[in-house]
Design a protein around this ligand. Structure first.
Ligand code: MN
Length: 335
């Protein structure tokens, strides 16, 4: 059966958006194409309705290069241009207030906070929370909200929505009933789906190959981890990153998680600015097709202070590699 967002949730979102006199949309730190696509799609809709709107994210300072061709980028402002007091604040694709980074303090100064998200671990930190874990992406949830609102989805908005859909489904590898129907509808507006996908997911500078070879050389496997499910792990240290973009670092997990001998994959990514501070990406796979009985990494990440989805989650940590790996292996032990 096709997943459906409860009509009451959609109506609640529409009511808040429709009543807003000005809107500040916040994306999560280290933004991906789902949070930025959601932010820019919503900004374009509001702008056309003559509602003043700005979109921002706390870090890094620049929008990742792969997302710069997304329509609506003119609505982006640096975080220091987000005032202390705002009318309606909309957080897109953020499972918790912490995902807003330094902009999380703007919630206190917002008349209303609307949370639009699809992370199962969402803490519902808004005044109004529309959280649908059955949505493939936050942009898919937005498509449902736009429909409930009577907003037409044209080519520019479809481009942003498709960006989130194609990336969060891993190029439609994790598609569910209805996913392709939404993709078909977005493609029918005339967007270049192959071009958008290539720009966002399949384009890396030559330096990526060198970075990969250094990093992959350090990969290790722990077959006994997670009660025998197996863990493959990699550390991306500051000196490995060199000049490559954040997109290149984020792509490492997609190579690691293909390891046959491990049901769980982890990549520890060291901060460029702060030595021994790491963001951690966790992936789990179904143990068999259609069984959905793989390890729930959202639960594991939550135990370590993070969150996410059943098969893709993350957290942050500080320390030396051996300690971080040991802490994760402990957290992976079956209860
Ligand atoms: Mn997402």
């Amino acid at each position: 059966m096709t997943a459906v967002t409860p009509a009451a949730d959609l109506a609640a979102a529409v009511q808040v958006l429709d009543a807003a006199e000005s809107v500040t949309v916040l994306c999560h730190v280290q933004p991906d194409a789902d949070t930025v696509g959601s932010g820019l799609a919503l900004a374009q809709v509001l702008h056309r309705r003559r509602v003043p709107v700005r979109v921002s994210f706390a870090a890094p300072a620049e929008l990742p290069v792969s997302m710069r061709s997304l329509p609506g980028a003119e609505h982006l402002v640096p975080p220091d241009r987000v005032p202390e007091r705002v009318d309606l604040l909309v957080a897109v694709d953020c499972g918790s207030a912490g995902r807003l980074g330094a902009l999380a303090d703007r919630i206190a100064g917002a008349a209303t906070t609307l949370v639009l998200d699809h992370h199962r671990s969402n803490t519902c930190f808004g005044t109004v929370n529309v959280v649908d874990p059955t949505a493939e992406s936050t942009t898919a949830l937005l498509a449902r909200i736009f429909d409930a609102w009577g907003v037409p989805i044209d080519r520019d908005i479809a481009h942003c929505l498709f960006a989130g859909l194609v990336t969060d489904t891993g190029s439609f590898k994790w598609a569910g009933p209805g996913t392709h129907r939404l993709a078909e509808r977005l493609l029918a507006t005339g967007i270049d789906g192959a071009g958008i996908t290539r720009t966002l997911m399949d384009t890396h500078p030559f330096g990526w190959l060198r970075m990969l070879s250094r990093v992959l050389d350090t990969a290790r496997i722990d077959p006994a981890a997670a009660g025998g499910a197996g863990l493959v792990s990699v550390f991306v240290r500051r000196e490995d990153i060199g000049e490559v973009r954040s997109e290149e670092v984020e792509s490492v997990i997609d190579v690691i998680r293909t390891t046959a001998e491990a049901a769980i994959a982890v990549v520890f990514k060291e901060s460029r600015a702060m030595p021994e501070h790491w963001t951690v990406s966790l992936r789990s796979r179904d143990s068999a097709i259609g069984t959905a009985d793989g390890v729930d990494v959202a639960e594991v990440a939550a135990r370590l202070g993070g969150g996410g989805h059943r098969y893709a989650a993350g957290y942050t940590a500080a320390g030396v590699p051996e300690e971080l790996l040991a802490a994760l292996i402990t957290a992976l032990e079956p209860a």
